[in-house]
Design a protein around this ligand. Structure first.
Ligand code: HAM
Length: 432
């Protein structure tokens, strides 16, 4: 790279600019409120971990581990990986910090950046953000239903339309072994007609062929045996209870026997939330399910668990199509001219902020006309004007921007009238 090359963000990463941050905060606020009402607590884990955690947790045969991990050797010669998802790290933290002995059940949620080296397209990035939750320590089907209900609550709270909940059971590892054999038996005669990716998967991970996006493969898969016929009676019963309880809560779902998740740790319940419009090819807003074997696989005690994660960028794409971001309201915009006035304006801004008013100080030292224009555009309720005369007299002009009404006040009076100002601010903001 030469000095003249521009230093751009890395492919697949994006800056989140201030206009967009309002949407992020909106989602975060809704999530915090909904999750804490259900007794979920936030957990924050590191964004990089030992590579082996993901290899063992997510599965060597998955695309995520096989092709998409950001793995490197650090200066201490350790293989580390930027987390491609949140579950493995949460489970590691659960085991390492003895959370299983601190309480019989942990309800956790998290939000943060994840990294996958994927082909970049709309809604698919290399650094993206997930909002997720995990319930560790309960095998009760009501836990599955609770996490799904909270996802639905959040999406409803954000007002997102046209979402579909797809539901399946992938059974126990034993159920899957039986199903896998039947699936391979069915697919083998069609091997030559499958797309190259699916041909590869036939021996490594045949269930992933079920969610191939390639039309020719999809056609073959249509008549494939369904996993439901291979579920042991216990698994079948469990699946039915989840469905019954979702129905009890009035949560609509579509059964989809071809729903297999891209990560290997799932048992029993698997689900995805699909946007039927607005996202194009990358239409999965979120996904999750039960993973009863992961805690023990990673060295902890046998622990049943269930959870999900949503892609925040995808939620954001949907939200942006729907409504404009809430602006953060400004109370005062201060304009000033002359050295004495500028110094007083700085002090006044500080005092108003301390009194709880959102206050922006014009720093341009340009002509009043230009500063007034910026005040108008700022969306503030009031503009405070300090010229040479005001600075000498210790006064300030207060102009209510919606009505154009203007009055002169001493600076001390202004600061003493906090309550009156607050009330007037309300009235002024309510004007059309
Ligand atoms: P996942 O289905 O791999 O599940 O990812 C969850 C969501 O993250 C996806 O539905 C999608 O919205 C978003 N996402 C995934 N990859 C990308 C990407 N490259 N760019 C943008 N968004 C993306 C998991 O990660 C599991 N850990 C979920 C879970 C939690 N299961 C149990 N507990």
């Amino acid at each position: 790279m030469t000095a003249t090359d521009s230093l751009n963000a890395i492919k697949g990463t994006r800056d989140i600019l201030p206009e967009e941050v309002a949407y992020w905060q909106w989602i975060e606020q809704a999530a915090r409120q909904i999750f804490s009402r259900a007794a979920y607590r936030e957990i924050r884990t590191p964004i990089f971990e030992q590579t082996e955690l993901f290899a063992r947790g997510i599965g060597e045969a998955t695309d995520v581990v096989g092709k998409e991990m950001y793995t490197f050797i650090d200066k201490g010669d350790r293989s580390v990986t930027l987390r491609p998802e949140g579950t493995a790290g949460v489970v590691r933290a659960y085991i390492e910090n003895g959370l299983h002995v601190k309480g019989s059940l942990q309800r956790l949620w998290y939000l943060g950046p994840m990294f996958r080296y994927e082909n970049v397209q709309a809604g698919r990035q290399r650094q993206f953000h997930q909002l997720g939750m995990e319930v560790l320590g309960s095998a009760d089907p009501r836990a599955d239903v609770e996490v799904i209900a909270l996802a639905v609550d959040l999406l409803n709270d954000l007002g997102l339309p046209n979402l579909r909940l797809d539901l399946n059971s992938v059974g126990t590892p034993e159920d899957r072994l039986r199903y896998r054999a039947a699936l391979v038996d069915y697919l083998t005669p069609y091997q030559a007609e499958l797309d190259p990716d699916s041909q590869n998967r036939l021996s490594r991970n045949p269930m992933r062929i079920l969610d191939s996006k390639i039309a020719a493969t999809q056609k073959i898969v249509e008549a494939a045996p369904k996993i439901w016929s291979y579920l042991a009676p216990d698994s079948q019963q469990r699946f039915e209870r989840v469905q019954q309880q979702l129905t009890d809560l009035g949560i609509a779902y579509s059964l989809n026997p071809r729903l297999v998740r891209g990560l290997d740790y799932y048992t029993h319940t698997a689900f995805e939330i699909i946007a039927e419009t607005g996202l194009g090819a990358q239409n999965a807003v979120g996904g999750g399910g039960r993973y009863d074997g992961l805690v023990s696989e990673l060295g902890g005690p046998e622990t049943a668990a269930v959870g999900w994660a949503m892609g925040l960028e995808r939620l954001l794409l949907l939200l942006q199509q729907l409504k404009s971001a809430p602006a953060s309201p400004l109370d005062f915009y201060i304009v000033s001219r002359s050295p004495a006035a500028e110094a007083q304006a700085l002090r006044l801004a500080q005092a108003l902020r301390h009194a709880g008013f959102a206050t922006e100080l014009d720093l341009s030292a340009s002509a009043f006309g230009k500063q007034f224009k910026r005040a108008d555009r700022s969306g503030a309720a009031g503009c405070l004007i300090l010229g040479e005369a005001e600075a000498e007299a210790g006064t300030v002009q207060l102009k209510w921007l919606a009505s154009g009404e203007q009055e002169a006040l001493s600076q001390t009076d202004l600061l003493n009238q906090v309550e009156t100002l607050r009330q007037r601010m309300q009235r002024s903001l309510e004007l059309p």
